[in-house]
Design a protein around this ligand. Structure first.
Ligand code: IMP
Ligand code: MG
Length: 177
């Protein structure tokens, strides 16, 4: 890995954020079961850690795959649905939508629309990261891990042109935006 990347959020800080989020979710859903819907690819590591930290019973895990970034570090503005939910997967269910990061808010808005079309009992959003200064479409994050500045980050599921998802810490380009 190129040494221009510096650790921005350490794996210990990530683990702490995951623990806090899981506790808040458990508090809210005590005695109920949840359908967890993760937005691929970025959320795959976060959701795996989150559901193992949660005590709440998980009725099922569904995976939605959206794409918006292409090869650059700026969103194309177009959100493509690469893998949709199975029909009826969240109908009448309490749903927790899990995102890696909310940036412009476009992906989350598309994911929410796909969920709402199936008439779930409720939907809440959990995102590990938030870049509020980049928002184009308003999004309410019910469970937020860490709010960050307008910087492009990689690691812990987040990629740059498909690379670096495997890194256990989250990195940023030194001096870059
Ligand atoms: P949106 O702009 O809110 O639609 O974000 C779309 C997706 O872009 C997120 O789910 C991430 O997968 C990706 N993304 C946004 N910001 C970053 C970043 O800083 N690093 C890597 N991926 C990002
Ligand atoms: Mg994503």
């Amino acid at each position: 890995m190129d040494d221009k990347w510096v650790v921005y959020i350490s794996k210990a800080e990530i683990a702490q954020a995951v623990e806090t989020l899981a506790a808040a979710i458990d508090h809210e859903y005590a005695g109920r079961s949840l359908v967890v819907v993760a937005v691929l690819k970025g959320a795959f590591i976060f959701v795996a850690d989150l559901i193992r930290q949660m005590q709440t019973s998980v009725a099922r895990v569904e995976l939605l795959r959206l794409a918006s970034y292409g090869a650059g570090t700026t969103s194309s503005g177009q959100v493509e649905v690469l893998v949709d939910l199975p029909p009826g997967a969240v109908t009448d269910q309490h749903v927790l939508l899990v995102e890696d990061i909310v940036d412009t808010g476009r992906s989350t808005t598309v994911a929410m629309k796909l969920l709402q079309e199936q008439h779930p009992a409720s939907v809440k959003l959990c995102s590990l990261l938030d870049k509020p200064s980049r928002r184009v479409v308003p999004v309410v994050i019910d469970y937020l891990g860490i709010s960050i500045e307008d910087k492009f980050v990689i690691g812990y599921g987040l990629d740059w042109d498909e690379r670096y998802r495997d890194l256990p810490d989250i990195y940023v380009v030194e001096g870059g935006d």
